[in-house]
Ligand binder design. Structure first.
Ligand SMILES: *Cc1c(COP(=O)(O)O)cnc(C)c1O
Length: 494
């Protein structure tokens, strides 16, 4: 399998090289040049690990079979995921299943990719016979940061530097990151919002001069954000796996199309679902759910992507994003791998903060995608209802997708079985969850709320956040956007 740039501006590379490089250095993202097809009948009975192997092996063709198997065993086991299914399903009713993607070490769906990706990356560096230390730069809206820190901590030959928006993450997310141990981890608070952080990191990747300075000092930058192909490909697995589980539960027959509803920020999770669909997974509709930062809802409804708008901080901070990086991969693919259009649109985006797609592209998108958004009020109401009616706790991000799913069903009458991606443990965003359920918003200490939420629900506190306030704080660095290169150099001693 070869990998190409969405903007047609780079040479063809193999998967290891795409993963090691992260983003195309001259702008653009690496994508497979074709989508492999699979036979769902053949794969339907596999356990998570064996299915993971079948899927990863189709895309990561320059990794040895034994290598992939060993990484899968190290990543997807009972030590890291406290559930034999890795990603268990919880049925709310006959047509709605919640796919719990948060049983990993940091309580967010990012663990599914970031527990395995460090193995891809260090192996890729070896294949390239690189003698440089890999420096992972991460911009995070909260969950990626901690998941990447846990994935990369103490991994030989790597260092990881995480940038998060100073006021853009929850207290628990911040504490999860600041208490990370390990001899190669660095965490820096940035004066700015997530988009500022992400743009800052992208600019550092694209800064040839700066990269040369680091190279000469023995370092090489790479990315653990979902702009890296190594982040996306493991996410394809759980779309197939959950589909097969639904069939095993007798809710559908293999071959019946279902819907997936995904709380979306950077478009990485839902894009993996779209790749699964292209590989042969029977899907009727993808429901792209946003919070009030609804740039994607507007885009899918009008064909105009307009990032120049007010930015809101919401109770679902991992979706407080106005520039959805992976949309570029999607637009490339839905246009039959057309780099000219991507060049034009992303040039417009850079120049004016917006772009407009042609009608035929929009029509193709709307055949398979529908989009909606949930207000903050709607998020609270749905969390309350899920608990009162189903005795089920959902986090704020999952609640966004539940609300949008319900509205979609009311509007269209489409009652196709729907899998809702649940992207975080409710304990991670407990302030909103607790007040939505009890009506009491007087307690602002997120650590005290862990016990309270557990007591009223009878659900055990997720191990990722239990006792977090007792851990030692290891990281206190801060930076402004303009000082970020200096901070990287200081950390690396360059
Ligand atoms: C990252 C994240 C999202 C958004 O996922 P994308 O792949 O960026 O669309 C949604 N919910 C939670 C809890 C997350 O951590």
């Amino acid at each position: 399998m070869d990998y190409i740039s969405t903007r047609g501006n780079y040479r063809i590379v193999k998967s290891a090289s795409a993963i090691k490089t992260g983003m195309v250095p001259v702008g653009g993202l690496f994508v497979p040049d074709s989508i492999p097809q699979i036979n769902i009948q053949k794969l339907k009975d596999l356990n998570y690990q064996d299915l993971a192997y079948e899927i990863l092996n189709l895309y990561l063709t320059d990794f040895a079979n034994s290598e992939l198997k060993s990484y899968i065993n190290k990543a997807y086991n009972s030590k890291h995921f406290n559930n034999t299914d890795i990603v268990p399903l919880h049925f709310i009713n006959d047509t709605t299943a919640i796919l719990e993607l948060w049983h990993g070490p940091t309580a967010a769906f990012k663990d599914l990719a970031l527990q395995i990706m460090p193995y891809f990356l260090t192996s890729a560096a070896k294949k390239a016979q690189s003698n440089k230390e890999i420096v992972i730069l991460v911009a995070t809206s909260g969950d990626t940061g901690k998941a990447a820190l846990e994935g990369f901590k103490n991994v030989e030959g790597t260092r990881i530097i995480v940038f998060y928006p100073k006021d853009g993450v929850s207290d628990i997310q911040k504490r999860q990151m600041d208490t990370t141990d390990g001899n190669n981890t660095y965490v820096v608070a940035v004066d700015g919002n997530f988009d500022d952080c992400q743009t800052m990191v992208k600019n550092i990747f694209a800064d040839a001069e700066f990269n040369k300075t680091l190279n000469n000092a023995g370092f090489e930058l790479s990315s653990a954000n979902s702009i890296n192909w190594g982040r996306l490909v493991p996410q394809i697995i759980y779309y197939f796996y959950s589909y097969f589980q639904i069939a095993k539960a007798g809710k559908i027959n293999i071959g019946d199309p279902i819907n997936f509803s995904v709380p979306t920020g950077n478009f990485g999770n839902i894009l993996a679902g779209y790749y699964a669909y292209q590989m042969g997974l029977p899907v009727k509709q993808f429901i792209c759910a946003s919070n009030i930062n609804k740039v994607l809802t507007d885009f899918i409804n009008t064909g105009v992507y307009d990032s120049k708008r007010e930015f809101y901080r919401t109770s679902s901070p991992s979706m407080d994003i106005l520039i959805s990086s992976n949309l570029e991969r999607f637009l490339f693919s839905i246009n039959g791998n057309n780099p000219e259009k991507i060049q034009r649109w992303y040039n417009d985006l850079q120049l004016s903060g917006k772009f407009k797609i042609d009608n035929s592209t929009l029509k193709n998108i709307r055949k398979i995608f529908t989009a909606g958004f949930a207000s903050e009020k709607e998020v609270s109401i749905i969390i309350n209802r899920a608990f009162k009616n189903h005795h089920y706790l959902v986090d704020t991000h999952t609640a966004v997708a539940m609300n949008v799913t319900l509205k979609y069903r009311e509007e269209t009458g489409d009652n196709t079985l729907t899998i809702i991606a649940s992207t975080a443990s409710p304990f991670k965003f407990n302030k909103t969850v607790y007040s939505a359920i009890t009506g009491d918003d007087s307690i602002s200490d997120e650590f005290a709320l862990l016990d309270k939420l557990s007591n009223i629900s009878g659900v055990k506190i997720h191990r990722a956040v239990k006792g977090l306030d007792k851990l030692e704080i290891h990281h206190k660095s801060k930076t402004s956007i303009s000082e970020s290169r200096k901070v990287v150099k200081t950390i690396l001693g360059v």
